[in-house]
Design a protein around this ligand. Sequence first.
Ligand code: FUB
Length: 339
Amino acid sequence: MPEDSIEHIDFDELNEKAISKPLVNHIYTADPSAHYFNGKIYIYPSHDIESDIPFDDLGSHFAMEDYHVLSMDDVDSTTTDHGVALHVKDVEWAEKQMWAPDAAHKNGKYYLYFPAKKADGIFQIGVAVSDSPTGPFIPEPEAIKGSYSIDPAVFEDEDGSFYMYFGGIWGGQLQKYRKNEYGANNELPKPEEVALLPIVAKMTDDLLEFSEIPKEIQILDKNGELLLEGDNDRRFFEASWMHKYNGKYYFSYSTGDTHFICYAIGDNPYGPFTYGGRILEPVVGWTSHHSICQVEGKFYLFYHDSSLSKGVTHLRSVKMAEIEHLADGHIKTLSPYKE
Ligand code: FUB
C-alpha cells in the first residue's frame, strides 16, 4: 500500500477488520517462509529492526542483521520464537541487509538460505546448515556460486529434487543482470518491453550449490505472450514461492510497486507459467511477501503487514490465513482486511 495513504488509516479500526493477527508482537518479522517439518510448522522470516538509515528506493532502510526461527505446534497454537538462528557477523562473505530467507530439510539436516549484501554492495545468496530446524545455523564460508539478487525460495519436488527460485528488482538488483552476468549499466526494460523474469536453478544433492546454470522462468498471459515490464499489476517484482496442487506447479510472487501477491500455473518446475490471478490484495506497508504451506490437507498463506508498527514500512509483522484452491484450479483472492 503506498506510503501516502497511511496517514489516513485508523489503525484501531484496521486491526478490527484484519483477517488475522500478528503471530508474534515482541519483535518485528517479515517475509515469512513457512514449512511443515516433522509434523510442526516452522517459519523462517526476516527480522525487521529500526535503523537510522534514510529511506530510499533501494530499500537501504531494510537493515536487518539476523534471523529468528518461529514455530507453531499446529495452525491454532501460539507461536514460539527460538531466538537468534544466524547473525550477519558470523557470515564471512556478507556485510549487511539480511533480507528474505527460506529453509529446506533433507536427511536430518536443515538448510537456511538467505540473501545479504557483500562489502561491494552486491547481493548474493548464502546457505547455513544445522541439525535442528530452529538452528543455530553454521554458514558456509562463501556465497552460493552463481547466485545473485535476493529472495531465495527453495522448493522440494515430489521426486526429491530441490530447486531455488530467486530474484527481485529495484533494491534486489535483478535489473543489473542479463543471462546471469552483472552489468553496472544494465537497467529495467522499458514499459513496452518484456518484463524481467525470476530465476530458477536446481540444487546439488548436498543442497549447498546450484547443479546447473540458473535460467529464467517465463510468466505468460492467457494468449501465451510474456508479460511486459509496464504491466505493473501482473509482472514479477520479487518474493518467489512455489507450491504444488493437484499435480500443477503454482509459482507465486509479489508485484512490488502495485503491492499484489499473484500466481501463475505451470506443468513442471521450470514453467512456462500462465498468469492465474491474485492471491492477496495490498497490505498496509509498501512490501508484500508471502509463502504457502500445506498443513494436514489445507493450504495456508503466510504474509506480513505493517499494522502493528502503524504503517512503518520496514517494521512488519508475520500473519497467516487459510487460502482456497477453487474447483477450476484458481486460488480465491484474499482481502487482508474485511470491507
Ligand atoms: O525484507 C526485505 C525485502 O522486502 C525482501 O527481500 C523483499 O521481498 C521485500 O519484502
